[in-house]
Write a protein that binds this ligand. Structure first.
Ligand code: GLN
Length: 534
């Protein structure tokens, strides 16, 4: 039977449950266990695909096309193993399943209730992951904060799982905040005590308490938390602020979090965590030989979580190139033909971000014109790629009113258009082109050089596509279609030859970059920006 570790949060949100869960998973994986991480989100949306990035940050997409919480991105970046739909479940999905069952008559004659029907479905989703994939350990992060009304069924499900399987099989790690009061010059344990009490009221008790803190926690504080929260003193773990999220596994190793968990789960320690690649990455990350500045042109730049995977991909690709990548956020809405030069000055490369809808689109197109003409390395992702196609159509092909039909349904030159099978879709959730699709790359292209192979597979999340009616005209005018889906012929990558680096990808390379496998296109783009600087 698999062992289960739950990571819950107390006191406040944004303490970094996802990073703690991913770090613990990394340590267990490095000791030779087969581990996965799952996120249970308490909101009613069936998935975060219908949420605005301002609400929820980036929507992360898995190989199997699930639109998921951005924490799954951390899980993949840390573990380098793919997640799937089963790794992210929301309350909406749980209820949808139970209500569908009820209509189908599965519970015929019974009153359908939170306990047992909803909690049973939650438990089924948790255990399914292990039984279908043969994991030794499943770590499940519970979104939100203990005490929230909407978290209650999850807390109750963990209680039941623990009661059914015993504490040596089901462990609860509770992450809390131990604030430092400057005026009193004191660390305060009361919020932690209160959050554990709330959990206790729901019948659950933590086995391990991880304390986020800005100041080191001494033995007295640990003893106090242990006493009031009813855990062993060595089960109180300090999680001090880290220089980078990638330091956290090593911090947790120093605090013995992996050993404490394994001992409580009655599992062998196997061997010390093997983290050579991880440490090599950190060494490069912390000792850069060069610095470059990349402009990130997008419309959600005020909220860093909206571009989480892109930012992390630059961290990975920067380390490979022994180069610190400074990101300069540029709000695309504020870019005009008059100020574009000034807005993009001092940049070694520019990435034009993915996105939806009209806002900021002209600023993106204006930036690309400037970058193309001034031979600044360019990387366009999804909408960013579509914008470079529109820009080329307008300014090189002379189709001055060219557009995507997403922005202008009546455009005379729909160079980006909806695919036939997208035209009649009325339901918004889960209906984009989602998940992994194959791509064949043309030899001799920049992308081929970066990947070092002809056949790749990358993740998608979009409705609109390059309009293949225009392929010939684009190629004649110097924009090459270098990547295509071998089955459908859909355009995946465009490039311009006469340019140091000009690559637009319809897919989202950022979703596959991990610490141990940095994405080749990001690595090549950073390299090109570095050469441009020199
Ligand atoms: N809005 C565009 C489309 O749906 C691009 C989406 C994206 O950038 N992810 O095709």
């Amino acid at each position: 039977m698999a062992k289960y570790i739950f990571v819950t949060g107390g006191v406040t949100s944004s303490l970094g449950k996802g990073i703690i869960a991913a770090s613990l998973a990394k340590l267990l994986q490095a000791r030779g266990f087969k581990v996965t991480i799952q996120k249970l989100d308490p909101y009613i949306n069936v998935d975060p695909g219908t949420l605005n990035p301002y609400e929820h940050g980036e929507c992360y997409v898995t190989n199997d096309g699930a639109e998921t919480d951005l924490d799954l991105g951390h899980y993949e970046r840390f573990l380098s193993t793919p997640t799937s739909q089963a790794n992210n479940v929301t309350t909406g999905r749980i209820y949808q399943h139970v209500i569908n069952n009820e209509r189908a008559g599965v519970y015929l004659g019974k009153t359908v209730q939170v306990i047992p029907h909803i909690t049973d479905e939650i438990k089924r989703r948790i255990t399914l992951l292990a039984t279908e994939n043969d994991f030794d350990i499943v770590i499940t992060e519970i979104g939100g904060t203990v005490g929230d009304i909407e978290s209650l069924p999850y807390v109750e499900s963990i209680r039941q799982l623990q009661w059914e399987n015993g504490r040596e099989n089901v462990l609860v790690v509770h992450l809390t905040l131990v604030p430092y009061l400057k005026a009193a010059k004191e660390l305060k344990t009361k919020p932690t005590q209160h959050s554990v009490k709330l959990m206790n009221e729901n019948g659950l008790a933590p086995d391990i308490i991880v304390c986020r803190t800005e100041e080191p926690i001494n033995g007295d504080i640990k003893r106090k938390i242990a006493l009031f929260c009813n855990v062993q003193v060595d089960s109180v773990v300090e999680a001090a602020d880290a220089e980078t999220i990638y330091d956290v596994p090593l911090h947790m190793m120093r605090e013995n979090l992996d050993v404490i968990c394994l001992e409580k789960l009655k599992l062998p320690l196997r061997h010390e965590p093997i983290l050579d690649n991880w440490k090599a990455f950190l060494t490069k990350l912390k000792n850069p030989k060069h610095t470059i500045t990349i402009g990130l042109v997008g419309k959600y730049v005020e909220l860093q979580d909206a571009y989480k995977s892109i930012l992390e991909s630059f961290v990975h690709a920067g380390a490979v190139n022994e180069c610190k990548v400074v990101i300069k956020n540029i709000q695309s809405e504020h870019i005009t033909p008059e100020n574009v030069k000034e807005k993009l000055s001092g940049l070694d490369g520019v990435l034009v971000a993915p996105g939806f809808g009209n806002r900021g689109i002209e600023g993106k197109i204006e930036s690309i014109k400037y970058i193309r003409e001034n031979k600044i390395p360019f990387f366009g992702i999804c909408l960013g790629m579509q914008c470079c196609v529109i820009e080329y159509a307008r300014n090189v092909l002379g189709f001055t009113t060219a557009n995507s039909t997403e922005m202008d349904i009546h455009t005379a030159y729909p160079v980006i258009d909806l695919m036939e099978d997208q035209k009649n879709i009325i339901q918004m959730g889960g209906t984009m082109r989602l998940g992994s699709y194959d791509c064949e790359i043309e030899e001799g292209s920049k992308s081929y050089e970066a990947y070092g192979k002809k056949y790749i597979s990358e993740r998608h999340r979009h409705r609109w596509e390059f309009n293949n009616q225009y392929i010939e005209q684009f190629e004649k005018a110097g924009m090459d279609i270098v990547g295509k889906n071998p089955k459908t012929g859909l355009v995946e990558i465009v490039e311009i030859k006469d340019h140091p680096f000009f690559v637009g990808a319809q897919f989202h390379p950022e979703l596959k970059s991990t610490v141990e496998n940095p994405h080749p296109l990001f690595v090549a783009f950073v390299k090109a920006a570095l050469e441009n600087k020199k």
